[in-house]
Design a binder for this molecule. Structure first.
Ligand code: FES
Length: 382
């Protein structure tokens, strides 16, 4: 009897919902295609707090070591910069060689200091933007930034209150910001940092980390050297034995470093049965290295315009757009944010679809920032 009443109730609810969605569909069908003229105050507030693009001035440059510099960026209009979660990145736009390049750099400064952001850049081999920043950029220069963006941050409802940070090389930048933030806000019970570099001179902010460890009983730091043997430092790479000594069960890992480090650690995590839900990692990607370079044609459709530029098999479509002086719509450049999501009209590609929805994959959408051409390509950009 009870079941029959329930069924009737459910049916009534279902019919009500159906009427509602029919009504909505009807309204949508007859609504104007023009954008609403009214600008909601909340939208003004959001764009005041978080403009999508900002002009900034380089107020200070600090040489951190032989090949790494920190840059302090302040808004040109002297307003506060948007708030960010520790571990987030900004996209930096640089104009050099007559081209426009956009690259993501993690913010290494504190979340409670919004007059300036600090980004820390290590010069990369063949890195156009890192070379420009480390050798040509001067104090008082003007730059354009977008963001902050990103998913590499601590979440109270998702992550354990005991965390292990594994940082390699310049991957320490966002981790530094995260550790300072978590210790200040007392959001976690314990933080263990394993920081791997080639030599002692490559360690960034060592005095600061040592001081934090002295003042906070719940923070420990271990420096690991891979190319210099020193009595007081462990030698080698982060491995299974080292992780087992940290009693990792139930703890959340934050991993940030070069791609080779992720690959090596992934194998260790699988071997140790550490579920993915306990692993967060910063996204970095390196160029496809290939000896045989083919050159193809890239046809770009965007808002009714058609542009044709050459594209190389060892460069992502975004890199080819940069070389072809075409302003590419990018933020993260590692296939995660979806900002460059484009429709592949024709051609074959080698791409990473891990961040795309299944429907997008079926409908041949790609992220050009992680897509390499294997033939002539035709795409439609957003
Ligand atoms: S720029 Fe973020 S997915 Fe391509």
């Amino acid at each position: 009897m009870k079941d029959i009443v329930m069924e009737k109730e459910q049916k009534k609810l279902f019919e009500k919902f159906n009427d509602l969605s029919l009504g909505r569909r009807d309204i949508t069908k007859h609504s104007s295609k023009d954008l609403p003229k009214y600008n909601y105050p909340v939208n003004n507030l959001v764009s005041a707090f978080h403009p999508s693009k900002m002009e900034v001035v380089v107020t200070k440059i600090v040489e951190e070591n032989e090949n790494t510099k920190s840059f302090w960026l302040k808004r040109e209009d002297s307003e506060y910069l948007p708030p960010f979660k520790a571990g987030s990145y900004i996209t930096l736009e640089v104009h050099t060689n007559g081209r426009i390049y956009k690259r993501p750099y993690t913010i290494s400064s504190d979340t409670n200091s919004l007059k300036e952001y600090r980004i820390t850049i290590q010069e990369e081999k063949n890195g156009i933007v890192s070379h420009y920043m480390c050798h040509e950029c001067k104090e008082n220069d003007k730059l354009t930034i977008y963001g902050p963006f990103g998913h590499f941050h601590y979440s109270l409802i998702r992550d354990s209150s005991d965390i292990i940070c594994l940082a390699g090389g310049s991957g320490i930048t966002g981790v530094r910001s995260m550790i300072v933030d978590l210790l200040r806000t007392k959001k976690v019970s314990s933080i263990e940092l394993i920081y791997g570099t080639k030599t002692v001179n490559d360690i960034l902010w060592k005095p600061e980390f040592d001081e934090l460890a002295k003042k906070n009983k719940n923070f420990k730091v271990t420096y690991l050297l891979s190319e210099e043997k020193r009595e007081d430092y462990p030698y080698g790479f982060i491995n299974e034995d080292l992780l087992r000594n940290l009693n990792p069960e139930g703890k959340t890992f934050f991993v940030s470093g070069p791609v080779a480090m992720y690959q090596a650690l992934n194998d260790v995590f699988v071997k140790m049965d550490i579920p993915n839900k306990f692993i967060r990692h910063e996204e970095f990607r390196e160029s496809l290295e290939t000896e045989d370079v083919e050159t193809y044609e890239l046809t770009i459709h965007q808002k009714g315009n058609v542009t044709v530029i050459p594209c190389k098999s060892n460069q992502t479509l975004v890199q080819s757009m940069e070389e072809g002086r075409f302003s590419a719509p990018v933020h993260c450049t590692v296939g995660i944010c979806g900002y460059c999501r484009s429709k592949l009209i024709s051609g074959t590609v080698k791409t990473d679809t891990s961040a795309l929805r299944k429907k997008d994959v079926d409908l041949k959408y790609i992220h050009p920032c992680v897509t390499y051409p294997l033939s002539d390509i035709e795409i439609e950009l957003p």
